[in-house]
Design a protein around this ligand. Sequence first.
Ligand code: UT7
Length: 327
Amino acid sequence: MTGLVARTIVTGTGSYLPERVVSNAELSETVDTTDEWIVERSGIRQRHIAAEGEFTSDLAVAAARAALKAAWREPSEIDLIIVATATPDQTFPATATTVQEKLGINDCVAFDVAAVCSGFLYALTVADAMLRAGTMRHALVIGAETFSRILDWEDRTTCVLFGDGAGAVVLERSEGNGDADDRGILAARLHADGRHNSLLYVDGGPSSTGTVGKVRMKGKEVFRHAVTNLASVMTETLEVAGCKAEDVAWVIPHQANLRILESTAKKLGLDIDQVVITVDRHANTSAASVPLALDTAVRDGRIKTGDLLLLEAMGGGFTWGAAALRW
Ligand code: UT7
């Protein structure tokens, strides 16, 4: 393809982690588990937990402010806010509108996306389409979670795996030549298969029980599906982008389990050193994990202009997706 085409580029990233760090050792004082088990099975060593009175919107706003600063943008320039979260402040209004209010933005489009751990990929893909459609120029896409609030702290099979946090990106409509050398989002692919609803879910909700509910997961089955689905959507996305696995500089994955990261990298023939890993320090922060990992590798200088990034995630639903992004 030749000629100018619309492309969405990332102009700034930001993230926020609550102050309180809980180590595996601290957790094992109240939960029937050990540091050895958690590290061996998941790679997790610690997680951040939000303070009482600290909400998903607070985490989201802190990450958004950092991303806006990095992008040299004022809140008033933002046309669209999408918050990916499974732990909104309230059932409604959307946390995105609370974030909007806290940022002092009086008029823009703001809504939440519920795709759990794939939420950031879903939100990024929707924002990309809306920006390229041409009526908006700048977007804030945020993944933010206080998953600690929906954990059953007596269920050792789930509560040791998750943490709280937020990550954000500022997106801007730009132009490219329509080839794989362009900067920005080259391709994004999303999937869902609701037949697997019962493998990873929350056992409550406003319409069913009238309660918030707690996370339930059949970990082994989720693990099996995750490796297969992620390798498949990563390959599909690279193909659509006109790229090959060897072109990838960095994989920015959802951080559920170190063994999933190792297995998917191996399936694609990528070195584990090309995978940005934060699961050891952040645990699984659901929709926040991809933008948290992205911000980490941008700020420590690993990601350089021109690098091809492959973002991926899989979560409850099942939902899964990937995006190829040239920095
Ligand atoms: O973000 C959305 C996507 N989520 C994921 O991708 C998560 C995918 N799944 C996983 O990461 C892994 O399946 C887990 C980390 C959840 C579990 O690892 P596993 O190797 O599949 O272990 P398992 O569930 O088969 O459990 C093995 C044993 C069991 O004991 P028995 O039945 O063999 O006697 C569990 O009861 O480990 C026991 N166990 C624990 N022991 C100590 C389960 N949780 C714990 C624990 N501490 N926290």
